[in-house]
Design a protein around this ligand. Structure first.
Ligand code: C2E
Ligand code: CA
Ligand code: CA
Ligand code: CA
Length: 273
């Protein structure tokens, strides 16, 4: 039995496997973390391939866990999605990322875009649009410097998703399809959804120079995206060979360890301010 909220915390300890104990503890700690501000964002630069210039950052969450140290999202995002905490966490992310981007612009950094990851659950939350609008107003960030990254899964709520995406567009926010090609949805949404960017998942990029099929898929994604007037971001780029291949096939933007790991705000400032 999964622990669902504190008033259902009735399962006896003896009935729990080690794994379940760990998960229920982590869930309580996750609630605590939201209240006590234990999350931080790291920022990974995105580089425009033709100009070589910085054009944006992706904000990636980490949890400064009191016992376990700095946890990557792989350790807690799935849990947060299962117990519904993801929306609250995601709202913190949107606010913090916009605030940080505005601070950097005010400090004199060349204005660039800030991308944030929205879980499908958060994307489908009824107050998403008013929340984003409120954050933009409160932080004073120009909407054109915010991009939301969503996955193909949102296309399962087809008509509602179109509505939300159109409202985001009306606000002036950019829209990016994350992990492109790894989801289950049909390509049909590409022509009806008002999107700006496609992100090629790093699973394709990492195999690029080893697997002919992955190379074929990457080239096809770039061609498809450009025919639909979308920009292509390749994530997980680690080698010069991968970058050369992507450039020679007109991929627009690069993100990956080759340029930089995701870094805390202070380290971004050392490089770009
Ligand atoms: P993602 O959105 O696909 O983000 C890219 C992941 O690839 C990040 O892992 C990043 O650190 C990593 N990465 C970037 N460049 C390279 C590279 O060259 N090589 C390799 N091997 N990896 C690279 P991270 O930060 O651990 O995030 C994992 C996933 O957690 C993200 O995948 C995203 O789905 C999720 N996530 C992160 N932050 C948030 C958030 O604020 N909200 C939500 N809902 N999900 C988030
Ligand atoms: Ca992402
Ligand atoms: Ca993702
Ligand atoms: Ca990915």
């Amino acid at each position: 039995a999964k622990v669902q909220g504190k008033n259902r915390f009735v399962v006896h300890t003896s009935e729990l496997s080690d794994e379940m104990i760990a998960e229920s503890v982590l869930e309580m700690e996750l609630r605590h973390a939201i209240e006590h501000n234990e999350f931080v964002l790291h920022y990974q630069p995105q580089i425009h391939n033709v100009s070589g210039k910085l054009i944006g950052f992706e904000a990636l969450i980490r949890w400064q866990h009191p016992r376990l140290g700095l946890l990557a999202p792989g350790h807690f995002i799935k849990l947060a999605e299962e117990n519904g905490l993801i929306t609250q966490i995601g709202e913190w992310v949107v606010n913090e990322a916009c605030l940080q981007n505005k601070k950097w612009q005010d400090a004199g950094m060349t204005p660039v875009k800030m991308s944030v990851n929205l879980s499908t659950q958060q994307f489908l939350t009824r107050n998403l649009i008013s929340f984003v609008e409120e954050v933009l107003e409160r932080t004073g960030l120009d909407p054109k410097y915010l991009v939301v990254e969503i996955t193909e899964n949102m296309a399962m709520e087809y008509n509602y998703s179109i509505l939300v995406l159109k409202q985001l567009k009306e606000l002036g926010v950019g829209i990016s399809i994350d992990d492109f090609g790894t989801g289950y949805s049909s390509l049909n949404y590409l022509k009806n959804f008002p999107i700006d960017y496609i992100k090629i998942d790093k699973s394709f990029v990492s195999e690029l120079m080893k697997s002919e099929n992955d190379a074929i898929i990457v080239v096809a994604i770039i061609t498809l995206a450009h025919n639909l007037d979308l920009d292509v971001i390749a994530e997980g780029v680690e080698t010069e060979e991968q970058l050369d291949f992507l450039k020679s096939h007109n991929c627009d933007i690069t993100q990956g360890f080759l340029f930089s790991k995701p870094l805390p705000a202070a380290e971004i400032e050392n490089v770009y301010l």
